[in-house]
Design a protein around this ligand. Sequence first.
Ligand SMILES: Nc1ncnc2c1ncn2[C@@H]1O[C@H](COP(=O)(O)OP(=O)(O)O)[C@@H](O)[C@H]1O
Ligand SMILES: [Mg+2]
Length: 333
Amino acid sequence: MAPIIELKNVTKEFKVLNRREGLKGSLRDLFSRDYKTVRAVDNISMSIEQGEIIGYLGPNGAGKSTTIKMMTGVLEPTSGEITVDGTVPYYNRAKNAQKIGVVFGQRSQLWWALPLVESFKLLKDIYMIEDKPYKDMLALYQSLVDIEPLLHKTVRQMSLGQRTLSDILAAFLHDPKIVFLDEPTIGLDVSMKSKIRTLIHALNKEKNTTVILTTHDMGDVDALCRRIAIIDKGKMLYDNDIEHLKGFFGSYRTLKIRTDGDHKIQAEAIRAELPDFSVSADDEWISVLVDEDRQKVIDVLGQLQKSYDIRDMQLNEISTEEVIRKIYEEGVQ
Ligand SMILES: Nc1ncnc2c1ncn2[C@@H]1O[C@H](COP(=O)(O)OP(=O)(O)O)[C@@H](O)[C@H]1O
Ligand SMILES: [Mg+2]
């Protein structure tokens, strides 16, 4: 089968004004404009199959949102080609809109002053959804999350979590073939994140919807994505299964220890003591990434034991979080 989305050597450049400093500079800008070119997306090719959930990852400013805007037809590439389900999105925006749903985290696409159910009815008209599939979809939603109390709330009255949930439901309402989720879990608490992940997973399974997800939360990636594409400075660094990527770091282990002290403060001290290791901490664990080809875990543990009262420990494979951090820091070897 042909891929549902195909990008071929896609590049997007923006012309931005090189602003000069101070009043004199502003006056000069008025008369002679000095532009520079920013290459936000640099020769990216990618093909995505119907039903996949792909994690589109990269640091801030990497070019993720720009890529999504081109796939949704909002922006036209400077060069290269995109097809989305056989159409060129930026030449056929209306046609493309029928096939896609979009959620940009923190920027709701819904009508603020309307109860959610009224927004849904408007979307029903806009997308020309028939009564039966509309009713079926609402029934499916009700089976997945308790939407009844949300339906009669205005978006304005909702918490960020409820709003995100509503935005996602709205994006799937016309049963699009593809849904783009740009940082959907940003700012949400742990339980809401988990609810949203379960919902996205269920909708993908139920409707075989293709999902393009950008996120900084590796919990989202672990819960939802088998495949990840990583870009940095507009260039594609990696595009394959996450497990395949972890395979490059086969000799790495995450040593996790729990102590009675403040983990954040202790992690800071461990970082100073072991500058070659990547160390992170949360309430539950202090994690030290060890390359067993270079150092034995047992030796590292021995060294830590001298300075810290270790209550509990665990040894794990490298986590998604750590793999991605290493890729950002060092690239793919
Ligand atoms: N409309 C625009 N005009 C000029 N530069 C832009 C525009 N949109 C994005 N950029 C630049 O393109 C780069 C990629 O941005 P973006 O796609 O938003 O990154 P990401 O979503 O990965 O954080 C950044 O350097 C950003 O400043
Ligand atoms: Mg972005």
